[in-house]
Design a protein around this ligand. Structure first.
Ligand code: DON
Length: 569
């Protein structure tokens, strides 16, 4: 997984010159807006709004379109989460996270000596979880969609069949993916290598006819084309041929789930976030409750006290993630307690405001030994004030690298705990709630969130980035709810991350001045300064509550991203 993060970070860095000026742009609209990692996918969503569709229609169209235009993470072969808040204030969430196949076992990623086989979850056939995206999008659409199903899928079919222009950044990324991960799989090279050979270049057209055929079947026949029809047959046959685990029965049994979102409050705002099997909502709400308990008065971006307390809060929230979180259909998860103000007050009492805590000391009972990737988020609001916040993923950049029926499959199995009982001071966690079991969903960090103030819509955001996600999303949430920032400033602001273990904080360049870094290190924090704009791309919408106007800021951390508004045909 780590490999993909580095690859992704390297590609993103290569696609930008750090000194390039960031355009200070927001797209404003009072008739709805879609913001995502690819401007053509945002256009697809905005077109649905223009046809009289609502935010859910637009979100589903955007998700399908991203599976074409953003193959690194957009998908029909992965899974994710969606939060929907209607203009009347009601909210719900959809869990379309992948599941372990029935043949999965707790020790499937260990050798006979008990060594963790990291590479087995990095890529290839056995890394793949049963995909949830098509069922999840169909469930959300069936409940809330105003336009026919076919209308929300067809923009993606058209993009795949007719092709779309490749940008310079995408050409570079695609060439790297074809030369590295995809090269191991013939069907993946056939789908994504430049026809006739040579390297992709800016201005080329990428056509994905096989993906177009699969999407057309989904448009015509509904999600069953994927789960019980010929696409399921193709997956089953390819899995058998390559010693993969997913069967037709796994696909037929897959169901998305509508779940009650988790809720919190912070500084006069209300948060609606994703509960388990995502850790995102709980980690964010616990962190915010801790900050509130410690006192937010005077907190400012980049100030040493604020950064210290954010790191200490994140350390504790991520320890609870490791300790308690997993699939709620398999273990009881203490959601109420972890998100309560009383629990935060208890934990806050143990925080030293002058010295860094020790992750090892705090979690000593679960550490038994001396170590993510790609995902994408899109945000939508419509003219009526309905909002959708959705993050979905293939896990790694281009997922498992495996293409079946024209689409990339995830490598989500790597999000399970790979060795029961073995938690180390690196990335491995071995606590029971996230141990592999047949039919179980692997724990996620994806954190789509909707924030309201005085029961009115204020913020829609989310991000990729593996375990960094809750911290990235919090960086935007804090910008809007505490630091008085607008959409662009909150998205652009440099980010920080601490995930309990490894006990090292990371910050994007610019998150703290040299003197503040020195003070934090003197307090005992180990801090690594990462490149600028290396932590997630959070495509965000902020509503100006005085005017009702939506301000959308695509995150320039992803080069092809864009915000689109409905235009009359
Ligand atoms: O669900 C999760 O938490 C991870 N599979 C997400 C992976 C990810 O964000 C990688 N992207 N940079």
């Amino acid at each position: 997984m780590r490999r993909h993060v580095l690859l992704a970070a390297g590609l993103l860095a290569a696609c930008r010159t750090p000194e390039a000026a960031t355009p200070v742009d927001e797209v404003t609209s009072s008739t709805g807006v879609v913001v995502s990692a690819h401007h053509l996918a945002s256009d697809a969503g905005a077109a649905l709004l223009a046809q009289g569709g609502n935010a859910v229609d637009a979100a589903v169209a955007t998700a399908f379109a991203l599976s074409v235009t953003y193959p690194a993470a957009g998908n029909i072969g992965g899974g994710g989460f969606m939060i929907v808040r209607l203009a009347d204030g009601t909210a719900t969430s959809f869990d379309y996270r992948e599941k372990a196949p029935r043949a999965a076992t707790p020790a499937m990623y260990q050798d006979r000596q008990g060594n963790i086989l990291g590479a087995a979850t990095d890529s290839g056939w056995r890394a793949i979880g049963v995909p949830g995206t098509v069922r999840g999008l169909a469930m959300a659409h069936a409940k809330f969609g105003a336009r026919p199903w076919k209308d929300v899928v067809m923009p993606a079919v058209t993009l795949a069949e007719q092709g779309f222009p490749v940008s310079a950044a995408f050409a570079q990324e695609l060439n790297a993916a074809v030369a590295n991960l995809l090269t191991h799989f013939d069907a993946s090279v056939a789908a994504y290598a430049k026809p006739g050979g040579g390297a992709w270049a800016a201005g080329d057209t990428l056509r994905l006819p096989q993906l177009g055929r699969a999407l057309r079947a989904i448009a015509d026949e509904g999600p069953d084309a994927f789960y019980t029809g010929w696409i399921a047959d193709s997956i089953d046959a390819q899995m058998r041929a390559h010693r993969g685990l997913i069967t037709r029965a796994d696909l037929a049994a897959y169901q998305a789930v509508e779940r009650v979102p988790v809720r919190g409050t912070f500084n006069g705002h209300e948060l609606i976030a994703m509960g388990p099997p995502s850790s995102g909502g709980i980690v964010m709400i616990e962190t915010l409750n801790l900050l509130e308990a410690l006192g937010t008065a005077g907190m400012a971006r980049g100030d040493a006290r604020t950064l210290h307390l954010r790191l200490e809060a994140a350390r504790r929230a991520y320890l609870d993630r490791a300790r308690f979180l997993g699939d709620p259909d398999f273990s009881a998860i203490p959601v109420e307690r972890l998100t309560s103000k009383a629990y935060a007050a208890e934990l806050a009492a143990g925080i030293d405001t002058a010295h860094a805590g020790s992750s090892l000391a705090l979690g000593a009972d679960i550490v038994t030994g001396a170590e993510p990737g790609h995902t994408t988020h899109f945000s939508v609001v419509d003219a009526q004030g309905n909002a959708v916040s959705s993050t979905y993923t293939l896990e790694g950049w281009y997922g498992s690298g495996v293409v079946i029926a024209g689409f990339l499959l995830n490598n989500e199995m790597g999000d399970f705990n790979k060795k029961p009982g073995f938690t180390d001071q690196g990335w491995n966690i071995g606590t029971p709630p996230n141990v592999i079991a047949p039919g179980k969903r692997m724990l996620s960090s994806m954190s789509p969130v909707i924030v309201t103030k005085d029961a009115r819509l204020r913020l829609v955001t989310g991000s990729p980035g593996g375990r960094t996600i809750p911290n990235t999303v919090l960086n935007v949430v804090l910008g809007v709810t505490l630091f008085g920032e607008g959409a662009r400033a909150a998205v652009d602001a440099p980010r920080l991350h601490h995930q309990w273990m490894p006990d090292t904080a990371s910050v994007e360049q610019g998150a703290a001045s040299d003197s503040v870094l020195a003070r934090l290190r003197a307090m005992g924090h180990a801090i690594r300064v990462e490149g600028p704009r290396s932590q997630g791309d959070a495509h965000t919408i902020v509503i100006d509550q005085a005017t009702g106007v939506a301000h959308a800021a695509n995150d320039h951390r992803s080069p092809d991203s864009g915000a689109s508004v409905p235009r009359k045909p």
